[in-house]
Design a protein around this ligand. Structure first.
Ligand code: ASN
Length: 303
């Protein structure tokens, strides 16, 4: 893993990133997806499973939040369109201790997508093809940039390995992302997270209570988590049950429940972090080298 030495190195990383954005968008358009515009302010956003500092904005006297992920807006968008994606800016003011890991930014962009009627298996296969296509395009179009950065890109074979969460936890303890990633030479899926480590919107397997039909993708070579996603809870009765079991007052998600009561389609999807993907492809030690104007948690000199 490398640190950037000069502006030419930085330019090489940004050219790779621009190719990532173009290749991912072109792939998804070929797959019948429409790009929608991001939402930055809303009364509802991803509650996240871990603690982040508040990002509440006074919206004409009403508290709105900056987007932590567009998960609920993706589900609602599927009432109108069947396959959507968005380059979605997220603000997550992570605890300062997280900065040391080299893969957290307080402001980042995820390529967030959602598919009406899809199962988790559909989305695993789509995610693999998306990643392989992006890697192939970068290898093809950014050979000079990769060689400048000393990075050799390996195109992984599909399908990727699927590792149940319980098995990864048994082998590596919890959290296991870094340890697991350090042993991998190809990306791998972690599937079937337990209900108590994830958010209420990932669908609980009707056949296996407390096991979710969700996934993470983990990069090889110690680059850690790439994406999170899953099938979604879409039936109002089940959403309310999950809120209750997570101890979240329904009032906090009133705007979402109102739409859910009118009908949300069954769906699955994921969000893949663009800076983390850039970091992996360029072989960067630290995520702040994977974009301009990086905001490492706690860095109040950022602009
Ligand atoms: N975008 C993710 C998903 O689709 C959620 C997240 O970023 N927390 O599941």
């Amino acid at each position: 893993m490398i640190r950037l030495g000069c502006e030419q190195d930085r330019a090489a990383v940004l050219r790779i990133q621009s190719e990532v954005l173009a290749a991912a968008g072109a792939f998804l358009r070929r797959e019948g997806f429409l790009e929608i515009l991001p939402v930055l302010l809303s009364p509802i956003t991803d509650p996240l499973h871990h603690e982040t500092y508040s990002t509440v904005v006074d919206y004409y006297g009403v508290p709105y939040q900056l987007t932590k992920s567009m998960i609920f807006h993706k589900q609602i968008a599927l009432r109108t369109l069947a396959r959507i994606f968005c380059f979605s800016p997220n603000v997550r003011m992570e605890p300062v201790e997280r900065a040391a890991a080299g893969r957290y930014l307080a402001e980042f962009v995820q390529l967030d997508l959602e598919v009406r009627g899809a199962t988790r298996t559909d989305i695993l296969r789509l995610g693999e093809r998306l990643l392989v296509t992006v890697l192939e395009c970068v290898a093809d179009r950014c050979a000079g940039e990769l060689s400048r950065l000393g990075r050799e890109l390996h195109i992984p074979a599909v399908p990727f390995r699927e590792i149940p969460y319980a098995e990864a936890a048994r082998s590596f303890g919890e959290p296991f992302d870094d340890a697991l990633s350090g042993t991998l030479t190809e990306p791998a899926w972690v599937i079937d997270f337990p209900r108590d480590v994830r958010e209420f919107y990932d669908r609980e397997d009707p056949a296996r209570p407390d096991v979710l039909l969700d996934m993470d993708l983990v990069y090889p070579q110690g680059f850690g988590e790439a994406l999170s996603g899953g099938e979604r809870e879409h039936e109002p009765r089940r959403i309310r049950d999950r809120l209750r079991r997570d101890g979240i007052p329904e009032g906090r998600f009133a705007a979402y429940l109102k739409v859910a009561d009118r009908g949300l389609p069954r769906s699955a999807g994921f969000g893949i972090g663009i800076e983390r993907l850039t970091r992996f492809i360029a072989g960067l030690e630290r995520i702040e080298d994977a974009r301009l104007f990086s905001k490492v948690p706690g860095d109040t000199a950022a602009m």
